[in-house]
Design a protein around this ligand. Structure first.
Ligand SMILES: [Mn+2]
Length: 320
């Protein structure tokens, strides 16, 4: 664990500082970037928050708008080699982070990963349920109060990333929310949690319930017409709420590839191992024991039946 003072020292007097989230950022990534931006401003360090991809969820866009979070796609700036980059909620060289011009000086993350030696600051706490909890610890360390907006964002980031404390939550995540609770706009965070889908998403629920195949406690569904990445994750969690379903694999076709979302409630069938074995030779994937993602880059390598067969073979022994 590194002290945040070192990060401030590293970034002081740098020409331009960019805070980069992972591609297609989620609530936790945006909240963490926002908190860091605010913290650095306290030390007279200007920074800009950037990302690659899109803001997929409506509730995230709502959070950005309501809390005035200054986040822009990276192409809005002309990045150059002497710009400094801090990555939050991801690590350099990850598949989910675009390699941009500029030098990555720091990484703040809660996913298991490598502490690259060329980083001037690297704070990876893989036992934390949310990157936002790491960011809050910096405020505590500096005895700095996050304002209402930052507190609200951090609160939302932790609640979304831990799936309301049901996924990888650490007592620190819970303590952090307890501390934020007095300052944050609790009603707004709750409304974000409650309104996570739009009316137009409902048709994907209908498609899912219509096409789902369930066998041996496993559910599979392929979205031929596509489904956005975040909604796919919401649908996977929804299926997991069915008592009899313990493992979920969803796939969705897009113009150039097929994306996968995996969930597992069975320790003997880890989601990250499962996706790697499902896509062996045709794609790649990774993630955690309970949730993982993957991708087949070439649509021609995808065949629903092959995926189903591989799934059955993997879970047949009840163990992988
Ligand atoms: Mn996160």
């Amino acid at each position: 664990m590194q002290t945040v003072k070192k990060l401030i020292k590293t970034l002081k007097n740098k020409k331009r500082v960019f805070i980069q989230t992972h591609n297609y950022p989620d609530h936790d990534a945006v909240a963490s970037a926002f908190a860091l931006h605010y913290l650095l401003r306290n030390f007279k360090i200007d920074s800009a928050i950037i990302y690659h991809g899109d803001i997929l969820r409506d509730s995230l866009q709502k959070m950005i708008d309501r809390l005035n979070i200054p986040i822009l796609p990276h192409y809005k700036y002309e990045l150059s080699d002497d710009d400094s980059i801090v990555i939050v909620d991801a690590n350099k060289k990850n598949k989910n982070i675009a390699e941009l011009k500029g030098q990555v000086l720091a990484v703040i993350d809660h996913h298991p990963g490598t502490a690259y030696e060329d980083l001037e600051f690297c704070d990876i706490r893989s036992d934390y349920g949310a990157c936002a909890s790491i960011l809050f610890s910096y405020f505590a360390e500096l005895m700095l109060e996050p304002g209402r907006e930052v507190a609200t964002a951090l609160h939302a980031g932790i609640v979304f990333d831990t799936h309301q404390f049901t996924r990888n939550a650490n007592p620190i995540d819970i303590e952090t929310v307890a501390m934020l609770y007095r300052v944050s706009d609790v009603a707004f965070v709750n409304s974000l949690v409650r309104n996570s889908i739009k009316l137009e998403d409902v048709k994907q629920y209908r498609y899912l319930l219509d096409k789902i195949r369930v066998k041996d406690r496993c559910a599979y569904c392929h979205f031929q017409e596509g489904c956005d990445k975040d909604l796919l994750a919401i649908l996977a969690d929804y299926l997991l709420s069915v008592k009899e379903i313990k493992v979920v694999v969803l796939s969705a076709q897009s113009s150039d590839c097929v994306s996968f979302c995996v969930r597992s409630e069975l320790p003997e069938i880890p989601a990250n191992t499962m996706i790697q074995q499902l896509l062996a030779g045709i794609g790649s994937g990774g993630g955690h024991l309970d949730m993982a993602g993957g991708r087949i880059p070439n649509i021609r390598d995808f065949d629903q039946e092959t995926i189903c067969k591989r799934m059955s073979a993997l879970v047949k022994n009840g163990k992988i």
